[in-house]
Design a protein around this ligand. Structure first.
Ligand SMILES: [Zn+2]
Length: 349
């Protein structure tokens, strides 16, 4: 994988490539934006470009770097993707490529302490060392403070890249030492292109692309058959919420609180269901909707819930999603959300 293979984010890629080409890469970056849109991929590719044994010109894959097109001062480079260095970075076995990820739910101080030792030495290849801290918002306080020490005296020939979908969960003193680059969500067309590259059928790919809200990673992780049955189950549950016993609500919450990912997914689908209600209310029925033909029960709920009530519920979902990193009680949070939704429906129906 090299820059030319990446879908979207052309301006960000251009900015990073130009900075590298002109020797102006920052010492620390914060790449933020929703999960599954290419932040990690771009950081890894930049590491390949900086260490590639036979980089290629961005405009002409056959022309080695050093012979830029006449009059073009950018002369951007790309990684070959195939040399020893590129393959080692891809496999994460390159001595100058370090990727730190959460161990279970946290990044603890151990790997950051190891990093303090590593960055004290010059890169083994003599080029640029890249340190990726994936899901950097999961650093615990000790780890974040240890990283801050490194950032306060940035090591030479090293680029530290923090990657996160929750920049607000990183301590401000760390944030202030990073150049921030916000990644926008991908467009439906870009996600569709990514799905097609992976061999997805046109109809299924379109449906996935419309539902994944700009995250190719999410679209690739969903199995279309399973997705449809999950969405149907959520729709059945929520439309019958008014008549359900508290035990049924507790059971549903329990099933969807097994781990953070399951809860995130359930919240996402409940959020999409609420969005359907809003779209019906606003008269925007169509391809944006999850339920392409909403059931009479959904239409009825959309009829009597007020826009403010739906927006308040969506706000609660957002709050739970941002609180998941603080290890809140997932089951309790889901129960409270569903009970609130049931009460809103009951009070208005
Ligand atoms: Zn290469």
């Amino acid at each position: 994988m090299s820059f030319k293979d990446i879908i979207g984010h052309e301006r960000i890629i251009q900015r990073l490539r130009t900075a590298h080409r002109e020797g102006r890469l920052g010492q620390a970056y914060l790449l933020h934006g929703m999960d599954g849109i290419g932040k990690r991929l771009i950081a890894k590719t930049l590491a390949k470009v900086a260490n590639c044994d036979s980089p290629i010109d961005a405009y002409d894959n056959s022309r080695p770097v050093g012979t830029p097109p006449a009059g073009d001062s950018r002369g951007l480079s790309d990684a070959c993707g195939d040399c020893h260095s590129c393959r080692n970075i891809q496999a994460e076995t390159h001595p100058d490529y370090v990727c730190i990820r959460p161990d279970q739910s946290q990044i603890r101080i151990g790997p950051i302490r190891d990093l303090q030792g590593t960055v004290g030495l010059r890169p083994i290849s003599g080029r640029l060392r890249f340190v990726l801290i994936d899901q950097a918002d999961r650093m615990n306080e000790e780890a974040a403070n240890a990283l801050l020490k490194i950032l306060e005296e940035p090591p030479p020939d090293t680029v530290i890249v923090l990657i996160t979908s929750r920049p607000y969960a990183i301590i401000p003193t760390v944030l202030s030492r990073c150049q921030r680059i916000r990644f926008p969500s991908l467009t439906t067309t870009q996600v569709l292109r990514g799905l097609k590259q992976q061999g997805g059928g046109p109809q299924q790919s379109r449906r996935l692309a419309e539902l994944c809200m700009g995250s190719l990673g999410l679209a690739l992780s969903l199995e279309p058959g399973q997705l449809e049955s999950d969405l149907r189950a959520i729709d059945d549950f929520l439309t019958s919420l008014n008549g359900l016993s508290p035990e049924s609500i507790v059971r549903f919450a329990q099933q969807h609180a097994q781990d953070r990912e399951t809860t995130e997914r359930a919240l996402q689908w409940i959020g999409l269901w609420l969005r359907d209600l809003l779209l019906i209310k606003l008269g925007h029925m169509g391809s944006l909707m999850v339920a392409q033909t909403p059931s009479p029960a959904v239409s009825a709920i959309a009829g009597f819930l007020r826009v403010e009530q739906i927006v308040a519920l969506a706000g609660r979902i957002h709050w739970i999603r941002t609180s998941l990193i603080r290890n809140i009680n997932r089951q309790l949070a889901l129960e409270a959300l569903l009970l609130q939704l049931r009460d809103e429906i009951r009070s208005e129906s």
